[in-house]
Write a protein that binds this ligand. Sequence first.
Ligand code: ADP
Ligand code: MG
Length: 225
Amino acid sequence: TNELFRKSDKLKVVGQLAAAVAHEIRNPLTALKGFIKLIHTSGTAINPEYFKIIQDELSRIELISSELLVLAKPQAGRIHSLELQEVLEQTIVLLSTQAIMSNIEIVMEVRAGTTTVRGDSTQLKQIFVNLLKNAIEAMHGGGTILVALDLEDAYVRVRIQDEGCGMPEDIVQRLGEPFYTTKEKGTGLGFMVTKRIIEAHQGHLQIRSVQGQGTTIDVFFPSVQ
Ligand code: ADP
Ligand code: MG
């Protein structure tokens, strides 16, 4: 019965998410249909602006699908013991170009003797891509992002500390809500995906944010000795 409750809860969440995704994808699709009809009927003189809009709408659908895809990937057989330090180093390399272009330095500090956890490295990387991207996007004037690895009790703690715009409490409360974004080109999926992957790894997270000063996000994963 408890099991059944959980199942129907899950179905409810899946249903809500599916509805939200369908809604978000239908908007750009409707726009695309409209423009294609317009091009079809407008004969030779096609406004080049249309192609820009079509490209933007297609990119949006592509981005939404790719952000959600990581949730759909099967997990069985993908769970291994791995060094979180290595996963983070690889993620930082992945984002280095974006950081440099934004005048941001990502500094890593490893204070944990061991950073072994069990997990799916692709999904774990996705967590840090999402969090670091948010940090970069919050730091409009450049600065430093600190990535620190520590051991805390039975957990490996990954701290990501930015010097960005920070968030008021009501936004912190809404983090993880699908499609909640304050960015013009945001999807509002990053945090939801991040939270789910962390939960799937028996981890948890803590958020502290001060407007105008920055945000610190601590992610905890059960440590494997
Ligand atoms: P997106 O990045 O596409 O907007 P997210 O789910 O990653 O979606 O984040 C949701 C919102 O949370 C962002 O639009 C932003 O307002 C806020 N946010 C997340 N991380 C940070 C951060 N490090 N600093 C300031 N605001 C943040
Ligand atoms: Mg994001």
